[in-house]
Design a protein around this ligand. Structure first.
Ligand code: AR6
Length: 165
């Protein structure tokens, strides 16, 4: 069951929240900044052991002070107009997050709208990729949450999901 919620992802009591990180995995703005602030400085320290993360891949860390047990940091693509493999890279970011979650017995997972902030990926196109991958993994999880920051994002996700179903 895919749940579309308007929520601050840092408050969600799930097994794992996914972070829309950058290659360093050491923090930034947007949802990344919020997650690092809520988790505490241990997240940055821990992520130094990963030595970075390429676009489309994902890395696991503990949730530290977060209600979530784990943080899965993934790096979405920067939007350059769609001709630089952005759709495949965004698909990989979601897919590799799910694969990592399955390897760690994670049953409930929440995602932000990866790449749709600073990285400027068009929201509706990003929601189509996000929800298509979520549907593929739906049967393997107890809860998959699309954590939308705004009411407008909820509306986009709901209309895209209705078309996919
Ligand atoms: N909970 C849920 N969603 C949120 C929250 C939150 N607390 N805060 C923001 N969003 P962005 P990106 C939404 O820019 O585009 C960072 O600096 C936001 O409204 O956080 O993948 C990283 O270090 C938007 O819909 O991530 C990278 O450098 C979505 O999260 C870069 O930004 C993603 O926006 C990554 O850019």
């Amino acid at each position: 069951m895919i749940e579309i919620l308007q929520a601050d992802i840092t408050t969600l009591p799930v097994d794992a929240i996914v972070n829309a990180a950058n290659h360093s995995l050491l923090g930034g703005g947007g949802v990344d900044g919020a997650i690092h602030r809520a988790a505490g400085p241990e997240l940055k320290q821990y992520n130094q052991t990963h030595g970075g993360c390429p676009t489309g891949e994902a890395r696991l860390s503990p949730g530290f002070k977060l209600p979530a047990k784990y943080v899965i940091s993934t790096v979405g693509p920067v939007w350059y107009g769609g001709e630089r493999g952005e759709a495949a890279l965004l698909d990989s970011a979601y897919r590799n997050s799910f694969i990592l979650a399955l390897q760690h017995d994670i049953k409930s997972i929440a995602f932000p709208a990866i790449s749709t902030g600073v990285y400027a990926y068009p929201k509706e196109m990003a929601a189509r990729t996000a929800l298509a991958v979520m549907k593929e993994y739906e049967s393997k999880f107890e809860r998959i949450i699309a954590a939308c920051h705004t009411r407008e994002d909820v509306d986009i996700y709901e209309s895209v999901l209705a078309k996919l179903s």
